[in-house]
Ligand binder design. Sequence first.
Ligand SMILES: CC(C)(COP(=O)(O)OP(=O)(O)OC[C@H]1O[C@@H](n2cnc3c(N)ncnc32)[C@H](O)[C@@H]1O)[C@@H](O)C(=O)NCCC(=O)NCCS
Ligand SMILES: Nc1ncnc2c1ncn2[C@@H]1O[C@H](COP(=O)(O)OP(=O)(O)OP(=O)(O)O)[C@@H](O)[C@H]1O
Length: 202
Amino acid sequence: MTKPLLIGLTGGIGSGKSTIARVFQSLGIPIYYADDRGKALLTEDEQLRKEVTATFGESSYNGDGSLNRQYLAEKVFSNNDELAKLNGLVHPAVVRDFETWAKLNCSAPYLIKEAAILFEHGGYKAMDKNIAVMAEKELRKRRVLLRDPQRSAAQVDDILAKQTSDNQRRKLADFLIDNNDSQMVIPQVMEIHQALLSLTSH
Ligand SMILES: CC(C)(COP(=O)(O)OP(=O)(O)OC[C@H]1O[C@@H](n2cnc3c(N)ncnc32)[C@H](O)[C@@H]1O)[C@@H](O)C(=O)NCCC(=O)NCCS
Ligand SMILES: Nc1ncnc2c1ncn2[C@@H]1O[C@H](COP(=O)(O)OP(=O)(O)OP(=O)(O)O)[C@@H](O)[C@H]1O
């Protein structure tokens, strides 16, 4: 059996990458949600919990043991050095977790890794192809503020400033999906799905 292709799916905050990942999922494609897994590992992985507590303090976890996302978000999204520290702790754990997951899903034609930051730290190079979801900044900000009532507009701006530019995404992606209100996404997903299937059938 040939190994499935590894496909990165990324895009800036609020671009709609999770929404689009769910469309691929409905076609039977296994999706690894890296940001969600990162947060799960921050709770489940004892070693990671210890490192995070040592680096960011006891407040990183709530009394019931759950991740204090709001506290960590305020710490890291306003400070590049703090974000780099958290990335340095979480990324190796996510890479290992993804490798284990990929082995368990080896019968699919291709696998998708959905992640906010693939182009920022070279993660895209480990993928066979990369898809970037694109939408105008103002629309993305509006969508995020509607989705995340706990997040301030200033925090969304801070996060935007820490992510790569749309130009860079256009340059590095093999496929683009336009997720502004003007384009239908399902036909775009179907076209990419067919292109990826034809790559795997040779
Ligand atoms: C700081 C945390 C706990 C905040 O959680 P919260 O649920 O509030 O935010 P969420 O994860 O939805 O992220 C909010 C937005 O920030 C962006 N974002 C998330 N992590 C990063 C990052 N490391 N760099 C730049 N942008 C990021 C995403 O686009 C997302 O839209 C969480 O984002 C986190 O653990 N991030 C760092 C770990 C990481 O790098 N995860 C990615 C797995 S490879
Ligand atoms: N085409 C669309 N039309 C209307 N709403 C949309 C569309 N695409 C996404 N949304 C909404 O916008 C919000 C952001 O989408 P989603 O969570 O998929 O983005 P994301 O790129 O995964 O975000 P993040 O980087 O913050 O995790 C969600 O509430 C989603 O339902």
